[in-house]
Write a protein that binds this ligand. Structure first.
Ligand code: SF4
Ligand code: SF4
Length: 86
């Protein structure tokens, strides 16, 4: 299963909830690397915490299958969307 990011940008607009990304917070929760088109301007070198595949390889592969992990990430995205677009 491939993680189906729709590039909504909601996660990168609320990094104030992610301690590992505090250095990128522009002050209102929006990442300084998020472009106007909701793209990451450091995509190839983005931190692992922003990289679904890297986080699975380095951490979550010891705890669950890849499909379970992807489904958990999709659920997390849906929760963020509900929270910030309601
Ligand atoms: S909230 Fe999820 S779907 Fe939206 S940009 Fe972030 S990872 Fe992609
Ligand atoms: S570094 Fe890139 S992927 Fe990570 S929060 Fe910022 S814009 Fe989003």
């Amino acid at each position: 299963m491939i993680f189906p990011c729709d590039k909504c940008g909601i996660c990168c607009n609320h990094i104030n909830e992610i301690p590992e990304l505090s250095v990128f917070d522009s002050g209102n929760g929006r990442c300084i690397h998020l472009t106007e088109n909701n793209l990451c301007d450091i995509y190839e070198t983005r931190p692992d915490i922003c990289n679904v595949e890297a986080m699975y390889r380095k951490k979550y592969c010891f705890e669950m299958s890849e499909d379970e992990y992807i489904r958990a990430n999709i659920a997390g995205c849906n929760e963020l969307k509900r929270k910030y677009t309601a």
